[in-house]
Design a protein around this ligand. Structure first.
Ligand code: ADP
Ligand code: MG
Length: 242
């Protein structure tokens, strides 16, 4: 079976600035991969390429069978297969939790209102917010809003979930409830790539860890590299965060 994600020497430049300098790795079905690294090392750019929010400028990138380096890629089909969640939740403030979550299945998958509502209720239950169906985002904590954002992505039944520092804006008390949702998805076998600063979480949940540095994969291995790094640079990063 082919991998869910495959990067072959992927490059990304913004104008004259090369941010990704030949990144290669694969992610198999059901794997949880954590990407760590200094600010500016290209983690978000790599993730954004995988949902085609950025276009690669070199190499090859396959995601859920879609060749994203090909200008003719079917973006509509890609967006059904891949969910992405960011640090900022970007919920629609004038819509309830349930309405926020039914939006995508209705618009993208052309589901009937009833069918979309059924899917929405199931994924809202999964993130533990069944008692907040009729709440508006401003009535929720940051952690609850982020869980709605995750539910909104899950409503499209993605084959791959991408998380970009989804807990960075939350205080530690609220971080835990969001991480537990992600952990639950991991247990269900969801394929996930998460950019994270939560080293303990990466150690507990990730099958594999990728340390990016200056636009390349500097080190990759099992979660044990977070305890026993193989390069002095990763050791330095783990000790000091830079
Ligand atoms: P990370 O997520 O690891 O902090 P990013 O992928 O956000 O790193 O950024 C990597 C580098 O790419 C940074 O130097 C950033 O300034 C640059 N960059 C990111 N997006 C753009 C853009 N749209 N235009 C120009 N430069 C960008
Ligand atoms: Mg980033």
């Amino acid at each position: 079976m082919s991998p869910i994600v495959e990067l072959r020497n992927m490059e990304k430049s913004f104008g004259a600035v090369q941010v990704l300098k030949g990144v290669s790795f694969t992610v198999e079905k059901g794997e949880v991969v954590a990407i760590i690294g200094q600010s500016g090392s290209g983690k978000s750019t790599a993730l954004r390429c995988m949902d085609r929010l950025e276009t690669v400028t070199g190499g090859e990138l396959f995601v859920c069978g879609h060749a994203l380096h090909d200008p003719k890629v079917d973006l509509h089909a890609l967006r059904k297969d891949v969910g992405i969640v960011f640090q900022s939740y970007n919920l629609f403030p004038h819509l309830t939790v349930e309405q926020n979550v039914t939006m995508a299945p209705r618009l993208v998958q052309k589901m009937s209102t009833d069918a979309a509502r059924e899917v929405a209720r199931a994924v809202i239950a999964k993130v533990g917010l069944s008692d907040k169906l009729d709440a508006y985002p401003e009535q929720l904590s940051g952690g609850q809003q982020q869980r709605v954002a995750i539910a909104r992505s899950l409503a499209l039944r993605p084959k791959l979930m991408l998380f970009d520092e989804v807990t960075s804006a939350l205080d530690p008390k609220l971080t835990g409830e969001v991480l537990r949702v992600i952990e639950g998805l991991a247990k269900e076998g969801m394929t996930m790539i998460l950019v994270t600063h939560e080293m303990q979480f990466a150690r507990d949940v990730a099958d594999r860890v990728i340390y990016m540095r200056d636009g390349i994969v500097h080190e990759m291995g099992g979660p044990e590299i977070l305890t026993n790094p193989g390069t002095p640079e990763l050791a330095e990063f783990l000790a000091h965060g830079y």
